[in-house]
Design a binder for this molecule. Structure first.
Ligand code: ADP
Ligand code: MG
Length: 605
């Protein structure tokens, strides 16, 4: 149904006004896509030329804009979606402030072409920095096309703070994936530089039909079919359905298995009344539902749809509308945590928790033993195995002690024979001249792997081991972009893979020293680590984050039991690095206790 655009009363406008609506190129694209969805489009086509801030356009087959309202659409606080404040209490659209188009137009060259079903032809107006430069009649189908070029061209200060173009494009893909999950009945097509990146056909019932029984909840078949398009068929087939209702709030969700969990929140999509939002509350509720199915630091992958009566939801809390406030947060938390936990409880056994008994060998132990001897910087293989606990020899104490003070002695230290104790499976106790050092096994291993990874990324190509059975990984589209972008570097680390057709990648080979049980999961963690932390596209930044993430995920963990030889190799290798004192994040790798200090404490002066 077409409603006309009207200016909000100043009183209303002042109560819903936001701050910075268009903070980055992604926000411009998001607002325009939301407009197409509000217009009832069944098909949305997004074209990007170069980068989002260079040029993009969004074409839809929605209701269109009447010829005599085109200019009004670009006026601040002119909207067809609400007329008074009370309308927010029954809001069913994503937009409501009438601020997006004028905000985008003010900082770009924006054109809108549109035609309604009642008109024989359309109108296209072109603007620059908000001023209309041209208006003409055009022949076109019913619907709207918005073109945005040279975003922020007249605000150079803002341009300077833009995220990288590739980072922005990845974020855009995530936004599109999220809205595709919210609206399975809408077809999405994305074309970048003339090349089709994705095309997801419309599924299920049209919006109006779905609207009647549960406005915010697409039906089960459509949900799963869309998940298959977005995440890959193999992944989608394993997703677990959850559903529930509490105090008028309804929930459906598709939950990833524990092994789909990620090192970041990137696998989570929260949709409230079909609005793509971020919410610590929902994140925590979801995490709680997984309980000890996941170790610390892992985030479940899931899509959660909530249908909340509009009167019990405040959508006017954030300029970009990415946050909402629930009237009853507790009810929402209990609903999400409870409904998801209920279905997850059927998964057993919990796969990460090791209860008593013999613990598995750490992956790292294998890696040390089977290291190929042609990799000289790793060649610290054990020679003799000495009695577990005996007084340290003077030579060892001297050698390691020197290594701490002067790197010249580190070569000697590497060959040293020493006994070490592992404390609480976290620290290694090593006697040194004049005292003792306590090494943090994870931090130390991270430092070692980090330097090794940096060397390989700088050109010292690591060897690859072919997988007996190539591993298929379903990536998200943004991960797929990233993995292609990083391919040359990943290959230097020893990865070899080929694109199997987006978004699936086939891993054929992994770094030869990688003993990770799930190379596919490791690769996804790497991608998460890189995309989480890098905003800018300087390749140095990518390399740095790749090295850090690689090191962090491949390193032995606190809690991993280590044998004598592994501890020895670890300490030796640590003191063979260029900066043994800290891990790549700046955390200490060891603490030194002086003998003097011990003597003093025992009253031996
Ligand atoms: P809001 O979405 O908050 O109303 P916008 O500035 O985004 O504000 O859009 C202003 C108005 O322009 C909308 O209310 C709508 O009437 C019209 N409009 C914008 N985009 C479209 C579109 N793709 N199809 C139909 N109408 C649109
Ligand atoms: Mg809008």
């Amino acid at each position: 149904m077409q409603r006309s655009i009207r200016r909000l009363e100043p009183e209303t406008a002042s109560r819903i006004a936001a701050g910075e609506v268009i903070e980055r190129p992604l926000s411009a694209l998001k607002e325009i896509v939301e407009n197409s969805l509000d217009a009832g489009a069944r098909s949305i086509e997004i074209r990007i030329e170069g980068s989002l801030d260079h040029a993009f356009q969004v074409a839809d087959d929605g209701v269109g804009i009447a010829a005599d309202e085109m200019e009004l659409a670009l006026e601040r606080h002119a909207t067809s979606k609400i007329h008074a404040l009370e309308d927010l209490e029954r809001l069913s659209s994503l937009g409501f402030r009438g601020e997006a188009l004028p905000s985008i137009a003010a900082v770009s060259r924006l054109a809108i072409g549109s035609r309604t079903a009642a008109a024989d032809s359309g109108v296209r107006i072109a603007t620059e920095a908000g001023a209309v430069r041209e208006r003409r009649a055009v022949a076109r189908a019913v619907g709207t096309t918005v073109e945005v070029a040279d975003l922020f061209f007249n605000t150079p200060a803002r341009r300077k703070f833009l995220h990288s173009t590739t980072g922005e494009q990845r974020a855009a893909m995530r936004m599109i994936e999220s809205y595709a999950m919210a609206f399975p009945e809408v077809a999405f097509r994305v074309i970048v530089d003339g090349r089709e990146r994705l095309h997801w056909p419309a599924l299920g019932r049209p919006a109006e039909a779905a609207e009647r029984d549960a406005p915010g909840l697409p039906d089960a078949d459509a949900r799963r079919a869309r998940a298959a398009a977005v995440r890959g068929a193999a992944h989608a087939a394993q997703l677990i359905d959850a559903a529930g209702e509490r105090e008028g709030v309804r929930l459906v969700a598709l939950l990833g298995l524990p092994e789909h969990a990620r090192a970041s929140r990137e696998g989570q999509i929260f949709l409230v009344n079909r609005r793509w939002i971020q919410s610590p509350l929902l994140g925590q509720a979801l995490r709680q539902a997984y309980g000890n199915l996941l170790p610390n630091g892992r985030f479940p992958a899931a899509t959660v749809w909530l249908d909340v009566p509009a009167a019990r939801l405040d959508v006017n809390v954030h300029p970009t509308k990415r946050e909402v406030r629930f009237a009853d947060e507790d009810a929402v938390f209990v609903l999400v945590a409870g409904a998801c936990a209920k279905v997850l409880a059927q998964l057993h056994p919990p796969f990460t928790v090791v209860q008593g008994g013999r613990e598995p060998e750490p992956a790292w132990a294998e890696r040390v033993r089977e290291r190929p001897s042609n990799q000289t910087h790793l060649e610290l293989a054990p020679r003799t195995v000495s009695a577990p606990v005996s007084p340290p020899s003077g030579a060892t104490v001297a050698a390691v002690g020197d290594a701490l003070g002067a790197s010249a002695a580190s070569a000697e230290a590497r060959g040293a024979e020493t006994e070490f104790w592992q404390l609480h499976r976290t620290y290694i106790l090593a006697p040194v001249r004049g005292g003792v050092v306590i090494v943090d096994q994870h931090a130390a291993h991270e430092r070692i792997l980090y330097e090794e990874t940096r060397r390989r990324l700088a050109g010292e190509r690591g060897s690859s081991q072919q997988l007996l059975f190539p591993a298929l990984v379903d990536l998200t589209h943004s991960q797929f972009e990233l993995v292609n972008e990083m391919q040359p570097w990943l290959e230097r680390l020893g990865w070899s893979f080929t694109a199997f057709g987006p978004p699936t990648v086939v891993i054929q080979g992994v770094p030869s020293d990688l003993q990770h049980e799930h190379p596919a999961q490791f690769l996804v963690d790497l991608l998460d680590g890189v995309s989480e932390s890098s905003g800018r596209d300087a390749s140095e930044d990518l390399i740095e984050h790749l090295a850090r993430t690689h090191a962090c995920h491949a390193a032995v963990r606190a809690g991993d039991p280590l044998g004598q030889e592994e501890m020895k190799a670890l300490v030796d290798r640590l003191f063979g690095t260029t900066k043994p004192h800290g891990d790549p994040h700046g955390r200490a790798t060891f603490v030194r206790l002086d003998l003097d200090e011990l003597h003093r404490r025992f009253g031996r002066t």
